[in-house]
Design a protein around this ligand. Structure first.
Ligand code: COA
Length: 224
């Protein structure tokens, strides 16, 4: 059941910085090591991330969500969903050109190590190409809940939001789960397809980072 004290809605452009801060804090010990392997991101980098979020909301139709604790007004969690569909009206599948255009490597940050940054990008895109092909889908790129607000249902509400849209459109949903997030996604109907690792050892770091690639089947035929 959704938590009645929490509210999920679309992020406004002026809230991009708040979202960036939550993401930055939650990902500090994990994803940030891949994005900013060479050191703590500068204010310039954080401003760039904020601008990318704002631009995504305003110009790119990216579905950024926020979760607000109604009793305090605090933003406690956020998510980034995308609807990936054919450009051509009425087409059932994307063209391979459209698929490849969506896989272009973003510009690394000043603090990125190119090899690690590209390593994660290639790991994700290779598997998306193989698992999703040209099929339209919803994809959950990011899900973050502030540590003090975990296990209150924010993550589930943000996942449900996108799953409901995928069901309305009759398409699959996809994500790269952290080990921590996977059980929650399974409760929402996502099925593990494959586990993949990003090897960080060759970069002087002993760790590897593991992800579970998960696909949620379409509920019914796609609406035209
Ligand atoms: C995974 C995450 C998004 C869950 O958010 P949330 O708001 O706590 O989600 P919910 O309250 O709806 O669901 C809680 C479930 O998430 C998992 N979870 C949340 N906090 C956890 C923790 N500290 N330790 C282990 N599992 C945890 C559990 O499966 C939990 O279910 P349970 O309480 O029945 O055991 C959040 O913990 C987070 O941001 N983690 C770090 C970043 C991350 O891994 N993001 C997912 C990337 S795919």
């Amino acid at each position: 059941m959704p938590n009645p004290n929490l509210n999920v809605s679309l992020l406004k452009p002026e809230e991009a910085e708040q979202y960036m801060r939550i993401r930055h804090q939650v990902f500090r010990s994990t994803v940030n090591k891949v994005l900013y392997s060479r050191g703590e991101p500068s204010q310039k980098t954080l401003d760039r991330v904020t601008e990318e979020i704002r631009d995504g909301v305003v110009n790119k139709g990216i579905l950024y969500l926020k979760c607000i604790d109604k009793s305090t007004g605090e933003m406690t969690a956020g998510a980034r969903w995308r609807c990936v569909k054919p450009k051509e009206e009425g087409a059932k599948e994307r063209t391979w050109e459209e698929v490849e255009a969506g896989f272009q490597l973003p510009e690394p940050y000043d603090e990125s190590d190119l090899e690690i940054f590209e390593g994660l990008h290639n790991l994700f895109t290779t598997n998306k190409r193989e698992i999703l092909g040209t099929r339209p889908h919803y994809v959950l790129d990011t899900l973050v809940t502030l540590p003090d607000h975990e296990r209150r249902g924010a993550g589930s509400m943000l996942v449900r939001w996108g799953c409901e849209r995928a069901d309305e459109a009759g398409v699959e949903a996809y994500l790269e789960a952290s080990i921590m997030g996977a059980p929650m996604y399974a409760r929402h109907g996502f099925e593990a397809v494959k586990e993949v690792d990003l090897d960080l050892s060759k970069f002087g770091d002993k760790e590897k980072m593991s992800f579970i690639l998960m696909l949620r089947p379409a509920k019914r035929e796609r609406t035209p």
